[in-house]
Design a protein around this ligand. Sequence first.
Ligand SMILES: [Zn+2]
Length: 415
Amino acid sequence: MRKVLKNCLVVSEDLSIEKRDLYVEGERLVDFVEGDIEDMNSMIVIPGLINTHTHAAMTLFRGVAEDVALDEWLSEYIFPRELKLTEEDVYIGSLLGFMEMVKNGITTFVDMYFFPHAVAQAAKDIGIRGIITRGLANVDGHGSEKLKECEDFIHEYASDPLIKGGVGPHALYTCSNDYFKESVEVAHSNNSLLTFHLLESPSERNNFKKRSNIEPVDFLNSIGAFDEKTIVAHGTHLNNEELKLLSQHKTTISYNPTSNAKLGNGIAPIPQALSEGVNITLGTDSAASNNSLNLFSEMKFGSLIQRACKEDPTIMKVEELFKMATYNARRPLPFDIGKIESGMLADLVVINPNKLSTLPKKHFYSHLVYSFDTTAIEKVMIGGKWIYDGDFCTVDICEVMERFEKTVDSIDSRI
Ligand SMILES: [Zn+2]
């Protein structure tokens, strides 16, 4: 399949804009090809956004519990419901989550949940790219089965163009130290992405130290958990020395500002992390703790909360935020994504700049971060295929929404 997208205003990673044509052959951008011509009429084209921390199926729990602390939120509301979930529930929850992401310009995700095959089926049905990590915990005594399922999934999807498996030990407080170490070994032996929640809430450091008599980051470092293929989710309470260590190991942090703020977990030390040279990406976390799956709002809020907190309007520059949502995710992920260039995967978001919130067009540069309304998104391409063009090209939205609502009622009846 060959496509020529004529008259695009292409946004680079430094947010400069250049008028040019784009050429797509198969799943990639190429220098030149003759093919079906589509005139983009000077629409803005940006690389697809990359959501480096999510639990897509948790759309099923959006709004289920508000105004409670993380411990209570997990133990009283989320974990009891998750125990009742079926594979089909996870499929429909993930599908709705991926639809929301695509509509908001997200073309790649890193997900941690269970029933990885159901998550993969949902992703393939809509056509979104992603890393699926089977969430791992051994507090219930079924750790080995989960780890085997995780490794089998990695092998099964090794040559899939859209989906790859990864390893997701949930957190130090849901995994024993030995189990965490085993999980890290599985990630290394399969050359896979490793991702886990770390120091998300204020109490995690002391609880771990009491249990293990060692600092959490020192323990993780001793088992080789930090490298270029590791994404630490949150890292809200990392100190400067720990940020230095992450930088030395080229480890990535997924900054989830809305989820951290909503759950009262604090503000991640992102300006410090940037000055230490840590690679920062953005994540929404789940629709239960966010409650949206929208990286444009993460860029804006992620900047504003740091500026307010530090009383400094010069930090968290527009270009830095845009790179966090796109280019920076290339380092840990096994896909050629995050920038618009020949040879890269054709994951594109087409934006109509003629909207109230994106005028004046000549200052479009900062609108992507500070005034963007995702209704300006006209089309989304993933791997050379249009997935969204004002309507979903691959799934029937009405059918999905109806099935989703029935699923939520059914889960509630099982509690
Ligand atoms: Zn999470």
